[in-house]
Write a protein that binds this ligand. Structure first.
Ligand code: SF4
Length: 280
């Protein structure tokens, strides 16, 4: 059985950075360490962090004041200010590429463009971008949103860092037909592009494709969608326990891809399980 691993695999730069910051904070602060929402979209990692004492909160109320780690997806600046005023020690683990995206959106609004963000309406990265930009906006998630396009002259476009290139191109092409003055930034992050390319290539050459990562992770779901669109035999799993024997029947080549928030140990466990099944 041949196993082909996607490249890159394991945490992306921004998640690795956020995790390092979190572990450093655990060493230095000990008690009352919070994150607003899960630090990354991977339930297995978040569970481990909780065991180590990190508390996930949905809002700042009813918590002891302590240390607040801002997750890789970023935050609403008003919430940040509030946390500081309440006396929280704030440690910012926002990915620098997400920060760059927030700055671009803010700049577009300042320049008088109507902000269009391509991405998932409720995703924390999008909510953080909109709160930072603080101007008129619209989020385009899918084609049904085309009907609600505003009647404005100047449109400034950015995208969630983990969008698929196909979706970005398709939305932008539509907007180009609708608006005369349009400023576009392709803000999909390089790691996302690389992961999607690799998943596409691998899905083409294997009999079975496994995409490992949180079911709540937007970029992992996208990799699974890409895989499935090329290779029907694609499965999105969170842990090796989900791999079942019959998937491997008659399979010679298995491809494994992982989301930006999937740790390498979950990938290694999947490899181990595949090897174990195929050796019997
Ligand atoms: S996927 Fe890109 S933008 Fe998102 S956290 Fe990772 S490096 Fe940052």
């Amino acid at each position: 059985m041949e196993i082909i691993l996607a490249k890159p695999i394991g945490y992306c730069y921004g998640v690795e950075r956020a995790m390092n910051i979190t572990y450093e904070t655990l060493k230095s602060e000990k008690n009352n360490i919070y994150t607003l929402g899960p630090i990354i979209h991977n339930p297995q990692v978040v569970k481990k962090l909780e065991k180590n004492g990190i508390k996930i909160i949905e809002n700042l109320e009813n918590t002891y004041v302590g240390t607040l780690i801002i997750r890789a997806h970023g935050i609403d600046p008003k919430k940040l200010e509030r946390a500081r005023k309440m006396g929280f020690k704030v440690i910012d683990a926002t990915c620098p590429f997400v920060k760059k995206n927030q700055k671009r959106a803010t700049q577009l609004v300042k320049e008088g463009y109507f902000l269009v963000v391509i991405g998932e309406k409720e995703h924390p990265e999008i909510l953080g971008i909109l709160a930072n930009a603080n101007g008129p906006f619209m989020v385009i998630e899918n084609k049904s949103d085309y009907k609600k396009l505003p009647d404005v002259k100047r449109v400034g476009v950015i995208t969630q860092t983990t969008q698929s290139m196909e979706n970005f191109i398709s939305v932008v092409s539509y907007l180009l037909e609708e608006y005369k003055e349009i400023k576009i930034f392709n803000t999909i992050c390089d790691e996302t592009i690389e992961r999607q390319k690799s998943a596409r290539n691998i899905a083409n050459e294997v009999d079975l494709m496994l995409v490992v990562g949180g079911k709540n992770s937007a970029n992992t779901k996208r990799l699974a969608e890409i895989g499935k669109s090329i290779n029907e035999n694609t499965y999105h799993i969170e842990t090796s326990e989900e791999i079942i024997k019959k998937w491997l029947k008659g399979v010679k080549k298995v491809g494994i891809s992982g989301g930006a928030s999937t740790p390498k140990w979950l990938i290694d466990e999947a490899i181990k399980k595949i090897k174990k099944i195929s050796s019997h």
